[in-house]
Design a protein around this ligand. Structure first.
Ligand SMILES: Nc1nc2c(ncn2[C@@H]2O[C@H](COP(=O)(O)OP(=O)(O)O)[C@@H](O)[C@H]2O)c(=O)[nH]1
Ligand SMILES: [Mg+2]
Length: 320
């Protein structure tokens, strides 16, 4: 326990920031205590989630977007969430060397998150790290994640603006664009537009968006980019700013923040309810015996659970 850490964080010390993030990722008592005292200082930063298949150019795009926002004088944090583990052999993506001038910029903070963290779930950990960066005073937080599974989709949901990256040449575009991904995108980026087929992918996305039976108030634009050359980045940055203006004008940002706060309440209550229920179960004298009987198949786990934790509510967690 380091009582100085929070004080140094509040003075703007980036080493303290990095250490606090580690505490939060690991779910240490100090991490929890810090989140609690920081919470009221959150809600100012803009968050942008960037998702898409591996190799689509997300990191290159993030670097370019970051450079564009730096021209506006905005302070930036970049989080790269890479859920791939060494066991799946896909961990190299997080190691990509970032633009040198971003790395040397004192108003840019770059962080890789490779672990699932101890908070329970990738999105929960990312949400907590976002809070820390927000409280530290960054204007914009860019979150890059590989769009492979539900957990990663949840990560971009933490952000108020979601960019979905597609590329030409991944077979049939319609097959490659999953329905769930269409719903979360506030802007679609067809990167590698220097490769053939970019117009076709853009048209397919526009067609799929037009098929939405409940068209949203915000019409997601489709922007073509060549991230390696910086082509289309100004237009993309313009669309992101337009989305910010839309969120502000319609009080949607306010609503999004409110929803995140209630989601946090739900998560905290859930963790506490689990903690106190498990304490009650472990304190029961018949726990060890019932556990043994379940293990041997002598009674079924439902029967044992009924005896250990008599309960007449629904077996689900829901907060209205
Ligand atoms: N031809 C072309 N290559 C690109 C473009 N954007 C990125 N790349 C390259 O694609 C590869 C993967 O890029 P990266 O940003 O690491 O992709 P990520 O896995 O989505 O983060 C790198 O070799 C990039 O240089 C682009 O617009 N056109
Ligand atoms: Mg990457």
């Amino acid at each position: 326990m380091d009582p100085e850490l929070l004080a140094r964080f509040e003075r703007g010390d980036r080493r303290a920031l990095a250490r606090l993030i580690t505490h939060v990722e690991d779910g240490t008592p100090q991490g929890r205590a810090a989140l609690r005292s920081l919470y009221r200082a959150t809600g100012k930063a803009r968050s942008i989630g960037i998702t898409g298949p591996p190799g689509a150019g997300k990191s290159t795009l993030v670097d370019q977007l970051a450079a564009a926002f730096r021209k506006d004088g905005l302070k930036l944090a970049i989080i790269c969430v890479d859920p791939s583990s060494p066991f799946t052999g896909g961990a190299i993506l997080a190691d990509r060397v970032r633009m040198k001038h971003l790395q040397e910029d004192p108003d840019v903070f770059i962080r890789s998150m490779a672990s699932r963290g101890a908070l329970g779930g990738l999105s929960r950990t990312t949400g907590a790290v976002l809070k820390v960066l927000d409280a530290f005073g960054f204007d914009v937080i860019l979150i890059e994640t590989v769009g492979v599974g539900q957990g990663e989709v949840e990560v971009v949901r933490e952000a108020e603006t979601c960019l979905v990256i597609e590329v030409p040449g991944l077979g049939d575009g319609i097959q490659a664009i999953k329905a769930g991904i269409l719903e979360i995108g506030h802007a679609f980026v067809v990167n590698k537009a220097d490769n053939p087929g970019a117009d076709r992918v853009s048209e397919q996305i526009l067609t799929m968006l037009s098929l939405n039976p409940n068209p949203p108030e915000w019409q997601p634009p489709v922007v073509q980019t060549v991230a390696t050359r910086g082509t289309g980045i100004d237009e993309l940055a313009r669309q992101v700013r337009a989305h910010w203006a839309h969120l502000d004008a319609k009080s949607l940002r306010h609503r999004h923040l409110g929803q995140r706060r209630v989601a946090d309440l739900s998560d905290i209550l859930k963790a506490r309810a689990l903690g106190s229920a498990s304490q009650r179960v472990l304190a029961r004298p018949d726990f060890t015996e019932l556990r043994r009987q379940v293990e041997l198949g002598q009674i079924d786990p439902y029967e044992a659970a009924d005896r250990l934790l008599p309960f007449d509510g629904p077996d689900e967690w829901r907060l209205p």
